[in-house]
Every structure is written in C-alpha cells, then in structure tokens.
Design a protein around this ligand. Structure first.
Ligand code: 5GP
Ligand code: SF4
Ligand code: MG
Length: 451
C-alpha cells in the first residue's frame, strides 16, 4: 500500500490526493482520504484508482489543514469497500484516523482476544486492531496508548495517525516498509516514498527511522524511539520491484540500486546475444545495467500498454492470465532473427515469463535468454508484498533448470543472493522471500490486509 499525510496546509486534502496519485503503483484496488478542520473529520474512500475516486467537489468537501490518505493493495481477494482506508473512529481519547502500509503477522491472534472480550470489527484488515487496542488502553495520553498498542504488534507497519490537532508517523522497529518526512510550505508531509514529495514540491527532510514515532503538531516535530531496538530489516523487494526508481528508499535512489543489480546480473550470467530488452516497466533499469556491462545493445523489444495496471495486483488468476497478453506486445522488426536477452525483476509463478518467451519466439527471436535481477523467489512474504503461497512459487518447487524448461527459454540466470547483497553494500535487509529467514514469526494466515 501507499500512505501519505499533510499537516498544516489549507490544501491538505488536495496535496494528499496528489501524493496518492504518485504512489498509485503501491496499490490500485482502492483509495481514501480523511481530513480534519480540527473539529470535524471528513472521509471519502472507494474502490478503484485515485484519479477516478476523487473529483474537485469531493476534494473540496475534505476540509481542513490536516489530511491523511491511503492506496490499497490487497491480495487474498477481499476486494471490498470496508477494507479500504483511512480507518476513522471516535474513541474515548477523541477522534482518530489511521492509514497503514505493511502486514501485522500476529493480527488474528490479537483480533480473537479482542472479539472474545467484546470488540466489534467493521473490516477484515489487520489495521483495524490498532484502533481497538488504542481505544481499550487505560493510559490517559493518546501517545502512550499508541506506543503500548504498537508494542505488541509483530510484523511490518508504516503508519500515519491523524487526530484533531496532530499527525503522527510511525515505522515498525525493523523498518520493513518505507516512510519519509518532508517540509511542505508552512507544514509537514509524511509519505511512503519521496516521489510523493517531489510531486507536491515538498522538501525531503529525512526518513522516519525504524522504531521511530514522529509527532507533528502546532509545536513542531517531536521524535520518540519507544520500542525495543532490533536490527533493521528493510524490505529488499522495494529496491527490486515495488518502489518507483525515482524514489529515495532506505537512503538510496531505487534507480541506482536497480541498475547495480542489472550490472551484477550481467557479470554473473553472461551470454552471447545480439540485443538485451527489458520486460517493461519492472525490468527497465536493471536492463540498462545489464547492457552497460555486457555491451549488448539495449532495445525496446516489448511495448507495454500503459493503461493496464500491474498484472500481479489484479486479484483473480483468470485476470492475471489475460493481463499478460493485454499488457505486452513485441516489436518484430527488433526481435526477428536475433539472439535476445530479456531481463525481468522476478519470476513468481512463471506464467508471465513463459508467455513472454513464447511471444518473442513468435516474433522471430532466434534464441531467448531470460535474466532475473533478483534471486529465485522461494518463500511467500508476510510483510505486505503480494506473493502467492509457497507451492505456487515456481522456484520453491523447481530447480533453475526446470524453470528454464517450463518457461521454454534457451537459458535462465538469476542474480545471486551474494551479488544482491554486494549491490546494497551488505547492509541488513529482509530477504525472507529468497532465504526463508523471516525476521519475525510467520504470518498467522488469516489476515487479509497484505498491504
Ligand atoms: P510470473 O512470471 O511469475 O508470472 O510473473 C513475474 C512478474 O510479476 C514480473 O514481471 C514481476 O514484475 C511481477 N511481480 C513482481 N513482484 C511480484 C509479486 O510480489 N507478486 C506477483 N504476483 N508478481 C510480482
Ligand atoms: Fe520484502 Fe521479501 Fe521480506 Fe517480504 S519477505 S518484506 S518481499 S524481502
Ligand atoms: Mg514485471
């Protein structure tokens, strides 16, 4: 999911709308904005794309100088309006709204306890438990109640809260999902990625640190680090695929890291070929790196229809199959008679790759060599990236040779884990989808809000 919030600007809702627009790649299922004029809260959310959900008149009704917003990206098909965010509630400590990116892995256990003792839930998301925990907390101050509540959560959460007179940003102690802080005109902005700040001409201050709470109110910014310190485990997949290349994530431009992955991929998996082409858009930057090192000319051999969303975000398998064809088309004059290297960021089920290889052969490719700018995806993610169950992940049940056969490529090469780490200077990251080394307990399987 994508989250954004603006504090202290009379155009808060409009600025959040623009931010969500630039974060559309982080979720396309639904979106919402909640604002406050420091007394009333105004909320609008719906299924669909940001640009389709909000009109001028809707934005005008989202009054006030504080607003938060959310782009939802779900996995398990709970494609319904009650699971969209922001979540708004009036509790004993006042009015509060919340947006969440990440996935809480002990959510269903906590939810069970809450339901058993009388809580009533309006959605099936893991995010709603946070509001219930805060409401039930006996601490007088809201901040203390938030800290207590978040302390029992395991997993990934980049959160933005809004109250009648403050905005609070939080990152889980491992810092799995990103969250950045910026200055905008007279106020402040929080967002998943810096591209949101770029669009609204906000100045990037810094990332919210893992385990940090930033409280923004009329007195300025206050920072707290209330949680037990653990080793940071930012998600390496943000670099590989999820974030936009023009964002600064975990201190580096995604573009630069992605290109390093491509260069390293070329060093590790060379092949004699005439052209190297990306699977657009996710393979583009790595392909530039591959071309630079291999000296194989870069071409655009597959053209993408830009009006189709990311294939994998569409929730049903039948749409996914349809999606590949609808999205990509080869350019035969580039492909015909050539030995083609095709670079993508990852292979999940293998269905996309298989279709791409077939398409390229039908367009006249003499050879098709698939190169993947990340290690084999063998394990599902429990922290907010949409991966299917283990048995659907082709690399968890097949060797590289078998995958090569399945996708019918002449050769297949992945970036090594060691190579990937060298590209990110061997800093600590979550790499569980490649290694199975989950930094917390597993998902408890029931939460639907992989966001
Ligand atoms: P496949 O070959 O497995 O059908 O699809 C691979 C494509 O899915 C790649 O182009 C990649 O960009 C995209 N993708 C990347 N990350 C994910 C993810 O987390 N889940 C899914 N389902 N697809 C992803
Ligand atoms: Fe990211 Fe993979 Fe870890 Fe999920 S399991 S947080 S996708 S690195
Ligand atoms: Mg892709």
């Amino acid at each position: 999911c994508g989250v954004a919030g603006v504090y202290g600007d009379k155009d808060a809702a409009n600025l959040v709308y623009l931010s969500l627009y630039s974060l559309q790649h982080r979720g396309q299922e639904g979106a919402g904005i909640c604002s406050t004029d420091r007394h009333n809260f105004y909320l609008h959310k719906s299924l669909g794309l940001v640009a389709d959900i909000f009109s001028n008149s809707i934005l005008k009704d989202l009054k006030g100088d504080i607003a938060i917003g959310h782009n939802r990206y779900s996995t398990t098909g709970a494609n319904n309006i009650s699971n969209t965010q922001p979540i708004f509630a009036e509790i004993n400590k006042g009015k509060i709204a919340l947006v969440h990116n990440g996935n809480i892995v002990n959510a269903s256990q906590i939810k069970k306890e809450l339901v058993d003792s009388g809580s009533i839930f309006m959605s099936t998301t893991d995010s709603e438990i946070i509001i219930h925990l805060i409401a039930r907390n006996s601490k007088k101050s809201l901040i203390e109640a938030i800290i207590d509540s978040l302390s029992i959560l395991k997993g990934a959460f980049s959160l933005i809260f809004m109250t009648e007179n403050s905005m609070i940003g939080v990152r889980d102690p491992m810092g799995v999902r990103p969250l950045v802080l910026g200055k905008i005109r007279g106020g402040y902005i929080l967002a998943s990625e810096t591209v949101a700040l770029d669009l609204v001409e906000a100045e990037f201050i810094r990332e919210v640190e893992p385990g940090e709470l930033v409280i923004i109110d009329d007195d300025g910014i206050k920072s707290l680090k209330p949680f037990e310190k653990v080793e940071p485990k930012p998600c390496i997949f943000e670099y590989i695929y999820f974030a936009r290349p023009d964002s600064i994530i975990f201190g580096k431009y995604v573009y630069d890291i992605r290109k390093e992955f491509g260069k390293r991929l070329a060093v590790e998996n060379p092949v004699d070929a005439d052209i190297v082409i990306p699977v657009p858009d996710s393979g583009v930057v790595a392909t530039l790196g591959y071309s630079e090192i291999s000296k194989i000319p870069y071409e655009h051999g597959l053209i993408r229809n830009h009006y189709v969303g990311r294939t994998f975000i569409e929730p049903s398998q039948s749409i996914r199959h349809f999606g590949v064809k609808i999205k990509l088309n080869p350019v035969p004059s580039i492909i015909r008679g050539k030995r083609v290297v095709v670079v993508d960021d990852s292979i999940v089920r293998g269905t996309t790759s298989r279709k791409i290889v077939k398409m390229l052969r039908e367009a006249g490719a003499k050879e098709v060599h698939m190169r993947i700018s990340s290690p084999p995806t063998k394990f599902p993610c429990f922290y907010g990236i949409d991966t299917p169950t283990r048995k659907e992940l082709i690399a968890s049940t097949h060797t590289i040779e078998e995958i090569k056969k399945y996708i019918t490529a002449d050769s297949l090469g992945y970036l090594s884990l060691k190579g990937m780490y060298e590209c990110v200077k061997n800093l600590p990251f979550c790499d569980a989808c490649f290694t199975g080394n989950y930094p917390t307990m597993y998902g408890d399987g029931e939460s639907e809000n992989k966001c």
